[in-house]
Design a protein around this ligand. Structure first.
Ligand code: LMR
Length: 332
């Protein structure tokens, strides 16, 4: 090679290098948001809003891809996927964190909160916000709470008004030891199953019943494979949006604050919508007339509360009595 062609080669490769460096600088960060529910639910809507806002505040810098319905990862895999960096955001139900912290189990205590306003007050309190950071030592950073709503109980039986009606029945539960204890307390048989498997388990009779919000029941068509849904409101299904703590800390400050802003607004959007979507889907379930919606009296609800109450004592020391007290204060 003569000198001239050597110079040309060097120039060429440094041009190629600088070109690929600038292409890298310009290519947006791809942020994957994986979840297990339908788009037409509070969480589904929150994720869509987050994408819209993040891409608006960080044009060309961030691209958000939303994967609903366990398309990318189901329950068991999504936490690992965040830790491995395969996805950046997930929003599991608060019942699914007990492998990472015992404290978040608080939310599964039956009849802990009087209503969703109380859940919201607790989540916005110092103690509630503190739980967002309770898993950073395990690599998970909590960014926000998203609401779904209160849980209803359903079975493939005609009668569902009192605790004795579920004796001996098999129930699908989320991966939570508190929920397992709750059904054992009712002399029922709980079975931990991923959300994506529930419909088929109900349809084939692998389980007799389940507990969930109106929006999850409707969007998954559980009402088509159940006979009765009782409005027990015995617990809550809400979410924590979590990300990989290391990835989050490693972001450029402007990107992180843009994502934070998008998250705060998407949170407000999802939380404002949650009650409305659940009420809409409660009505749709009644109109569909497949499962009977059983209204409970005050006395019925009191009987469920009494039957489930012993669960509290079992988990009090794991969760921490002070945390339980502060959650109870939000009922006032
Ligand atoms: C369930 O597994 O029943 C729900 O927590 C699913 C969800 O994310 O709402």
């Amino acid at each position: 090679m003569n000198n001239a062609s050597r110079i040309l080669t060097i120039l060429g490769s440094s041009l190629a290098l600088s070109f690929s460096a600038s292409a890298l600088a310009q290519s947006p960060i791809v942020v994957k948001f994986s979840h297990v529910v339908a788009d037409a639910t509070p969480k589904g809507q929150g994720a869509i809003k987050f994408k819209e806002l993040a891409e608006k505040y960080l044009p060309g810098k961030v691209q958000v891809q939303v994967f609903p319905n366990s398309q990318l990862f189901g329950d068991a895999k999504e936490m690992e996927a965040v830790l491995l960096g395969d996805v950046q955001f997930i929003a599991p139900s608060l019942s699914k964190f007990d492998r990472y912290t015992k404290k978040v189990q608080l939310f599964d205590l039956p009849f802990l909160f009087d209503d969703m306003a109380a859940v919201d007050r607790f989540q916005q309190s110092a103690e509630g916000k503190g739980l967002l950071d309770s898993m950073t030592n395990r690599g998970l950073k909590g960014l926000a709470y998203w609401h779904n709503g209160l849980k209803q109980l359903s079975t493939n039986k005609d009668k569902l008004t009192r605790p004795e009606d579920v004796k001996g029945l098999k129930f699908r539960i989320q991966a939570s030891d508190v929920l397992e204890a709750q059904f054992r307390q009712l002399d029922a048989n709980p079975q931990k199953l991923a959300f994506s498997e529930v419909y088929q388990a109900l349809q084939t009779g692998v389980v007799d019943g389940q507990e969930n919000t109106w929006s999850n029941i409707y969007s998954q068509k559980f009402h088509e494979v159940q006979k009765t849904i009782a409005n027990t409101n015995h617990g809550v299904i809400d979410y924590m949006v979590v990300t990989n703590a290391k990835w989050w800390e490693g972001l450029q400050p402007d990107v992180r604050s843009g994502l934070e802003k998008a998250m705060a607004e998407a949170t407000a959007h999802a939380n404002n919508l949650a009650a409305e979507l659940n009420e809409r889907d409660r009505k749709r379930i009644i109109e569909a007339n497949k499962a009977k919606v059983q209204t409970l009296t005050k006395e019925d609800v009191a009987a469920w509360r009494k039957a489930m109450e012993p669960v509290w004592k079992k988990f009090e020391s794991d969760i921490g009595p002070e945390l339980i007290q502060s959650a109870l204060k939000s009922n006032q």
